[in-house]
Design a protein around this ligand. Structure first.
Ligand code: ADP
Length: 758
């Protein structure tokens, strides 16, 4: 997350980030620090409050051995302990120190060795309630363990922790703060005095706990500031006399907090604070933060108990977190299986995906989703407009290679998304196949999160002192952060769920493609059968038919004079039947020959095909005295010229055959539409009842008997097939007694161009 202060430039912030807080040489005044040289345990440095606590001014302490300061009876015990590498064995240890005269002061003493190899002894005045820490710890652990067994959710569990920590430590407010991947964090559990304002669910920007502070929290699991207003005391001398460098106080308990952090606490009205780090795999997972309105001291043992509890409990937190992740994953798995099931049961996978709207959205915890399939959009929830989505998909297609692409800040890589950041700052894009996508959207985070401060203003630069000073912001009002153009991040489980769904979709789409391929091969097979039938019709059927025809004619020739009139009539009927059969076979053959596979599409002058048709029809035209009116200019189109000729011949032939009492008048026109030619053949024949306007194009369908008008009912079926081969449409507009107009279209550029565009 970008938390650069509006009032600070980057360099200021970098200076601040680098400014060390672990070697300021300042400590909190409630205890004393002694820096000792081993093995003779001579004092190298001491905090300047030595005079108040031991009655010895710091300069007099230097060079003294520990034995001279402490009661000697304990030295042997300490020396044995200090021989160990692991100082945990003597920490904490009760230490009796001489005060001026015969007085003694009792301390809780804690030793550690720093990175420079010096021994540091920190002394805190011991509290008198010796046995309370143990009891408190017991109480803490027992109560928590009992209750935590009853909770399954991470939140409930954390709530119990803050309750118990507050009960035992008595702080006014105890919060459990969890860091997110980008280091901003949220308060997920809180216990507090009733009248205090709640910080529960507030998110805090990463800058509220700067990088070096986070590092210190990771190495120092428990930090106490008993009085945020107390004046820190310095070490004397300020630098380590061995190397004349500031002493590394990283692991010091008494180390003073940074002035920034103290001011931050003051602004929150905090008088004392205790912080317990929750570490997972060496990374700061969260903090238990305890605040008190007034100064408050917590003994070392009780703090240790809290730290121990932090560790023990944390292992449980990770379990709960894993369970929660697991539960979420199981939930997503279930949603995915429902989606797959719905898709499998639907005719097309898109309607399956949207059968239950919530499922598709919940799979990625999104506010909106969109499916783009074969150029059609299906939108759910809050999504950008279709027009914007078309551009987005184009961009995805050109720029993104991943099958599943995710971003929580779309506008930063695709600036057009700025205009719909309220809907789609976060995007998950699943590519199904070329230009087919499934998209999920999340709004800008500002719409969804309560921020506990203004992260862009976490620190203010104060240059009035001449030197750059940084101080935390003054306001802790609930403030909606301007984390611009960023959505909440997509979780890995959600991304995985989308990836799994993709596999299922691809499988289903592939299966459908297989089914289509099967269908196509069935079609091919039946086409082949039809061709075989045509062959059979032309040869095998015609041969016996010719036999019948020949023998009947022979019968008439040889025995005609011996037959009576009836017998001659019968022979006449037989000949007629044979000739009808012949026509039928010819028509079926013509029908089966109209085949896109063998059609020859070429630039064809419509006029030429039309004139050829008229030549073929000239006898009928002459007999009927039909008037044919042809538009002056007719186009040149991509078509099969023989088929086009056949089409005109059938339509004009019908117009003459079904003529009314009036002399036939037939008008042929062509008109250019956007991407097709519209042709019309208009007549003044008997007309067609509109209820039959579809039926007449079906094979063998006729509206008249052969006695009224000859024919097989194949003519218009052939026309329809020709037009389908050219990827056009054919229809009729007519009324009985008012003539008919047959329309047909042929795409501009013909079938070839049409095929290329698909
Ligand atoms: P056929 O002409 O052999 O009967 P068609 O398939 O060409 O078969 O026509 C089917 C039917 O459509 C015809 O029987 C006729 O009833 C009707 N029809 C076709 N063209 C016309 C027309 N121009 N005017 C009136 N009726 C028509």
């Amino acid at each position: 997350m970008n938390t650069i202060n509006a009032q600070l430039d980057n360099t200021d912030l970098l200076v601040f980030e680098r400014k060390p807080i672990h070697n300021s040489g300042q400590i909190q005044p409630y205890g004393v620090v002694l820096v000792l040289q081993e093995p003779n345990l001579k004092v190298l440095q001491v905090s300047t409050n030595s005079s108040t606590i031991f009655g010895i001014p710091p300069e007099e302490m230097l060079g003294k051995s520990l034995e001279e300061i402490l009661d000697p009876f304990q030295m042997e015990r300490l020396e044995i302990g200090l021989r160990q590498d692991n100082l945990d064995f003597i920490n904490p240890t009760k230490i009796w120190a001489r005060k001026q005269g015969d007085d003694y002061v009792i301390f809780d003493g804690v030793f550690h060795r720093n990175t420079e190899g010096v021994l540091i002894l920190e002394l805190e005045p011991a509290t008198s309630q010796e046995n309370i820490p143990f009891l408190s710890f017991y109480h803490l652990a027992r109560a928590s363990i009992n209750q935590l067994q009853e909770t399954s959710s991470l939140r409930d569990f954390c709530q119990i922790i803050v309750q118990e920590v507050r009960k035992v430590t008595g702080f006014d407010r105890v919060m459990l703060y969890k860091f997110d991947d980008d280091n901003h964090g949220a308060v997920i559990a809180e216990e507090k005095l009733a009248h205090l304002e709640s910080y529960l669910d507030l998110h805090y920007p990463a800058s509220d706990i700067p990088k070096q502070a986070r590092k210190l929290f990771s190495s120092n699991w428990i930090r106490i500031i008993p009085d945020t207003k107390a004046q820190p005391v310095e070490l004397y001398p300020l630098n380590n006399p061995i190397n004349d460098r500031p002493l590394d106080l990283t692991n010091s308990i008494l180390r003073s907090a940074s002035p920034c952090h103290l001011e931050y606490l003051h602004n929150m009205g905090v008088g004392a604070s205790l912080t317990i780090s929750l570490i997972e795999d060496g990374k700061l997972w969260g903090l238990i933060a305890c605040h008190h309105l007034t100064p408050k001291y917590v003994s070392y043992e009780l703090r240790k108990a809290c730290e121990f509890l932090g560790r023990v409990i944390f292992s449980e937190i990770s379990n709960r977190e894993e369970t929660e992740d697991y539960d979420y994953r199981v939930k997503l798995d279930y949603i995915r299986s429902q989606l797959v099931n719905d898709m499998a049961q639907s005719d097309n996978f898109v309607s399956g995906l949207i059968k239950n709207e919530a499922n598709l959205l919940n799979l990625a915890d999104a506010r909106g989703a969109a499916v783009c399939f074969n150029g059609n959009w299906t939108l759910l929830g809050e999504t950008p407009a279709e027009e914007d989505l078309n551009f987005l998909v184009q961009w995805l297609y050109k720029s993104i290679d991943e099958e599943v692409f995710t971003t929580d800040s779309l506008a930063k890589i695709y600036p057009d998304a700025d205009q719909y950041k309220n809907i789609a700052s976060g995007l998950v894009a699943m590519a199904i196949s070329r230009r087919n996508y499934l998209l999920w959207f999340r709004p800008e985070v500002i719409q969804t999160v309560n921020w506990g401060g203004d992260p862009n203003n976490a620190y203010e630069a104060d240059r009035s002192q001449g030197e750059l000073q940084l101080s935390p912001r003054k306001s802790f009002e609930l403030w909606k952060e301007t984390v611009r153009l960023t959505s909440l991040p997509w979780k890995q489980v959600e991304i995985n769920a989308v990836k799994e769904l993709r596999k299922a979709i691809v499988n289903i789409v592939l299966r459908k493609a297989d089914e289509l391929a099967l269908l196509a091969s069935d079609l091919q097979r039946s086409n082949a059968e039809l061709k075989r039938f045509a062959y059979v019709a032309s040869h095998d059927l015609q041969e016996p038919l010719n036999h019948v025809s020949n023998y009947v004619q022979l019968l008439e020739m040889r025995y005609g004079d011996r037959l009576d009139e009836d017998a001659k009539d019968f022979i006449g009927f037989a000949v007629e039947g044979v000739s009808l059969m012949q026509t039928l076979i010819d028509d079926v053959l013509a029908y089966s020959k109209v085949d896109s596979q063998v059609s020859q599409f070429e630039l064809t002058e419509v006029k030429v095909s039309l004139e050829q048709a008229l030549t073929n029809l000239q006898k009928r035209i002459r007999e009927s005295k039909a008037r044919i009116i042809i538009q002056d200019s007719l186009p040149t189109i991509m078509a099969d010229k023989t088929q086009l000729m056949q089409l005109f011949q059938n339509l004009i032939g019908n117009a003459i055959k079904f003529r009314s009492a009036a002399t036939p008048e037939i008008e042929i026109k062509a008109e250019r539409k956007e991407d097709e030619w519209l042709f019309s053949v208009k007549d003044n024949a008997i007309g067609i009842d509109p209820q039959f306007s579809d039926r007449i194009f079906v094979i063998f369908q006729r509206l008249h008997t052969r006695d009224e008008y000859p024919g097989t009912g194949m003519g218009l079926a052939i026309c329809k097939k020709i037009i389908e081969c050219h990827r056009g449409r054919i229809w009729v507009e007519s009324e009985l007694g008012k003539g008919s107009t047959f329309y047909f279209t042929i795409p501009v550029g013909g079938r070839e161009r049409d095929r290329r565009n698909r």
